[in-house]
Write a protein that binds this ligand. Structure first.
Ligand code: A2P
Length: 335
């Protein structure tokens, strides 16, 4: 299969290459795509250097599949151009997520919605993916009514410039700033830009994407915060159910849910943390306890590697699902 990674020189693009390789995705030819700024650069894939090409050259090569992680503007303009040549696009940006005719997919949760006609498929926001992974089995059992979530998001979620800012600050170097404030020894209660209602775009993504993936009736309210952690997003989540639950049943459900690792043994100091989730594909859940202030309400703590399950791994899992279900058209075979 001919596979393009658009944004191959970026943080998520780099992890996409790694995940494609690790999971032995059937790549016959890899197209590493970036902006004109990267002309002359190469990326490593399966032990070889692959020269980076521009986006027009990639379209001309008619890939079967394109994994996009090059920002919303690039996706809005270019994903339809790839689709026009018969390519299936899996897009990690927010550009297409809320379009009524585009699917927003976490394979373990709603992979069944995919059909062969889907040409542009959206990968949800990193914070949404890990939250709906844990909520999905509980929603099925008890009916999630309302969610209050506070996030503790790592700087890799912003991109390379933010990682550089944190490293510079730790070394006492004055460099380019990805955030309007220092991030080391600080927390910034703003992820992405503010919207008219006073919430940030990241907070509203948690609301609308959870509703699109799980159930439009679920009420979600969010506070998204950037913390001086290099990689791995954490979330404190308060969930109110329609039905009464048993805490041990909840633990058992999460233990057996695909893609979830339960780490919930306070006596042994076992709970999820970014350092534990680092470079792993699972979503880690722990600190399960009843909210003692109201009935049918649970508190939990959810952590995942935002570049892997929150982005690259989820995108590659969507691609695997398409292949396994025979839903991926081979445009190169047709040409
Ligand atoms: P480049 O390295 O050439 O700028 P990150 O979010 O980690 O900063 O990565 C963004 C990725 O998206 C990079 O690979 C970047 O390429 C790529 N990118 C940005 N704009 C475009 C564009 N117009 N066309 C193709 N790739 C782009």
């Amino acid at each position: 299969m001919k596979v393009a990674v658009v944004g191959a020189t970026g943080l998520v693009g780099g992890v996409m290459l790694k995940v494609l390789e690790e999971r032995k995705f059937p790549v016959d030819e890899l197209l590493a795509v970036a902006s004109e700024r990267s002309a002359g650069k190469s990326v490593r894939f399966r032990g070889r250097d692959i020269a980076v090409i521009g986006i027009e050259a990639a379209i001309a090569a008619k890939p079967d599949l394109a994994l996009f992680s090059a920002g919303g503007v690039t996706s809005l303009e270019w994903a339809p151009r790839f689709a026009e040549v018969g390519c299936t696009v899996i897009d990690n940006s927010s550009a297409w997520r809320m379009h009524a005719d585009k699917k927003l997919v976490v394979p373990e949760v709603n992979g069944h919605v995919l059909i062969a006609e889907d040409r542009i498929i959206a990968n949800p926001n990193c914070s949404t993916i890990q939250m709906v992974m844990a909520l999905a089995p509980l929603h099925k059992a008890y009916g999630v009514q309302r969610v209050i979530v506070s996030t503790y998001q790592a700087v890799t979620g912003t991109g390379m410039k933010a990682v550089q800012q944190l490293e510079n600050e730790r070394k006492g170097i004055n460099g380019d700033m990805a955030y309007p404030f220092p991030i080391d020894r600080n927390v910034i209660p703003r992820c992405d830009v503010f919207t008219d209602n006073g919430y940030t775009k990241e907070e509203m993504k948690l609301v609308v994407e959870t509703q699109k993936i799980l159930d439009p009736a679920i009420r979600v309210t969010a506070t998204a915060v950037r913390v001086p952690v290099t990689g791995g997003h954490s979330e404190a989540v308060n969930v109110e159910f329609a039905k009464e639950f048993d805490l041990e049943d909840v633990r058992q459900m999460l233990r057996t849910a695909p893609g979830i690792v339960l780490r919930d043994d306070p006596a042994k100091d076992e709970y999820p943390m970014p350092l534990i989730a680092h470079d792993r594909d699972a979503v880690f859940v722990g600190r399960l306890r009843r909210d003692e202030t109201q009935p049918r309400t649970l508190n939990l703590w959810i952590v995942a590697d935002n570049l892997r399950k929150g982005a690259a791994t989820n995108a590659v899992q969507i691609a695997e699902l398409l292949v396994n279900k025979g839903l991926l058209r081979r445009s190169s075979a047709l040409a």
